[in-house]
Design a protein around this ligand. Structure first.
Ligand SMILES: CC(C)(COP(=O)(O)OP(=O)(O)OC[C@H]1O[C@@H](n2cnc3c(N)ncnc32)[C@H](O)[C@@H]1OP(=O)(O)O)[C@@H](O)C(=O)NCCC(=O)NCCS
Length: 150
């Protein structure tokens, strides 16, 4: 694995990010209901999105939302989407992407990053716990809300 780096979205990388694959059983965890329900109301200016590159290959995608005035605290400084290509999972890429988003949050003056996930065998809960998120509550849909101090 070459050194990982982040890039803003471009015509080339958007296509590659849309083509990222999932492991069997992961599809249902990519977009928790809370995010699909809220997506229509997100102000595009509060979105922060990056691809993760390993050499020239797009291996992951992360999107955050930074919106200090959002009425819902779990949407003020949060991971909105993260996925790592099926062939590249388990090599530290997800952790790298979350740390980059945490740096961005800190630079914007936040001290916490939150994320919402759905529980389940193939879900990302263990990943988030492993990298330091602690559960702070549940959404109205029964998803977990996790927080990481940055
Ligand atoms: C969740 C996801 C982004 C993790 O990415 P990844 O690159 O495979 O994770 P990493 O290799 O950076 O793992 C970091 C740590 O979490 C652990 N981890 C990752 N997935 C895990 C799992 N399913 N179960 C247990 N531990 C896990 C790793 O072992 C590693 O531990 P270590 O630091 O002690 O070695 C990836 O599995 C994915 O794209 N899933 C599908 C989409 C999804 O569910 N997104 C979340 C929406 S809320």
């Amino acid at each position: 694995m070459d050194a990982l780096r982040l890039e803003e979205l471009s015509a080339r990388t958007i296509v590659a990010a849309n083509g990222l694959t999932l492991r069997p059983g992961q599809e249902q965890f990519v977009t928790p209901v809370s995010y699909s329900a809220a997506d229509a109301y997100v102000n595009p200016t509060t979105t922060w999105a990056r691809v993760v590159l390993d050499g020239d290959d797009v291996v992951g995608f992360i999107r955050g939302n930074f919106d200090p005035d959002n009425p819902r605290p779990e949407f003020r400084s949060c991971i909105w989407r993260i996925n790592v290509d099926a062939t590249a999972q388990g090599r530290g890429i997800g952790k790298f992407a979350v740390h980059a988003l945490a740096d961005e949050a800190r630079q914007r003056g936040f001290d916490t990053v939150t994320v919402i996930w759905e529980t389940g065998e193939e879900g990302p809960g263990e990943f988030f716990r492993r990298i330091g998120f602690v559960e702070i509550g549940e959404t109205e849909y029964g998803e977990k809300i996790g927080a990481l101090h940055v």
